[in-house]
Design a protein around this ligand. Structure first.
Ligand code: AMP
Length: 277
């Protein structure tokens, strides 16, 4: 497995490799959720490149960029064991040299929900993902359903800008009690970790209500909220959204594929999750 840290190194390494090329963009601190993407990429492509880059431009100033978990040596060993061909782990300066001053503007789809609570987040995501696509030139790129809005934003980016890459969604990997795996889960204390189960419980309960025939979106959102509020350690609910999975527009009635999503704080840790209806 080759670990490249510069754009020219990774380009040179990938130029000689067999196609198709599958790419898995990550911010490192890898867990089984990331590995589900790597394994799917491995099973579908001749060459697999995993990128590890904690992208400063997708964090707002007050967010956890400095504290975000990083363990490149452990990630390297994990990826080697998964049969990864190339890792691209650039520095911030490599991706954003002095004077860097361009960006990908995402429209309405990137300004609601996560975009509303994390201003500039999806501009940062779209910019870095477009850069990584141009640097690595993948045939396929793998993204987790865990970040549901991110997937919708990137699908729109690929369509709007005619990118020649196939996006492959991968279902969310969860702990045995339903909590979605996330690099941020390590910030949860013991009691908070127990309380965090409520997120998936609330989303799953609303999905059951929908399966029983309730299609009214307000009722489903309210049901989710009511269950979240039963947990005293839920200190903040940023949103409960029931939106069209493609456009991320809020629905009144669930008639086509929809995504029920929420962002909550457990103590001071902000977690997101979603289920597809
Ligand atoms: P991150 O390192 O958090 O930027 O995540 C990198 C990729 O892994 C993104 O496409 C995420 O959606 C995906 N991912 C993160 N957590 C999970 C999970 N629990 N299940 C599936 N995919 C995930």
């Amino acid at each position: 497995m080759l670990v490249a840290t510069t754009v020219s190194e990774v380009r040179q390494a990938l130029a000689k490799r067999e196609r198709p090329l599958g790419m898995v963009p990550t911010m490192g601190a890898l867990h089984e959720g990331h590995l589900a993407l790597v394994r799917k990429a491995r099973s579908e492509n001749a060459t697999v490149v995993v990128t590890i880059f904690v992208n400063p431009t997708q964090f707002a100033p007050h967010e956890d960029f400095d504290n975000y978990p990083r363990d490149l040596e452990r990630d390297r060993r994990t990826l080697e064991a998964e049969g990864t061909d190339v890792v691209f782990a650039p520095s911030s300066e490599e991706m954003y040299p002095p004077g860097f001053d361009s960006g990908v503007e995402v429209g309405r789809i990137g300004q609601v929900l996560e975009g509303q609570f994390r201003p500039g987040h999806f501009r940062g995501v779209a910019t870095v993902v477009l850069k990584l696509f141009h640097i690595c030139g993948p045939d396929r790129a793998y993204f987790g359903q865990k970040d549901g809005q991110q997937y919708s934003v990137l699908r729109k980016l690929v369509e709007d800008l005619n990118l020649e890459v196939e996006l492959v969604p991968v279902p969310t990997v969860r702990e045995s009690d339903g909590l979605a795996l996330s690099s941020r889960n390590i910030f949860l204390g013991t009691e908070e970790r127990r309380a965090a189960r409520i997120i998936n419980q609330a989303l799953s309960a609303a999905r059951q209500l929908w399966e029983s025939g309730v299609k009214d979106a307000d009722r489903l959102r309210q049901h989710t909220r009511d269950i979240l509020l039963r947990e005293p350690l839920v200190s903040q609910i940023d949103y409960v959204s029931l939106a069209d999975a493609r456009t991320v527009e809020e629905l009144e009635v669930v008639e086509r594929q929809a995504i029920l999503s929420t962002a909550v704080k457990i103590g001071s840790t902000r977690l997101i999750d979603n289920v597809i209806l």
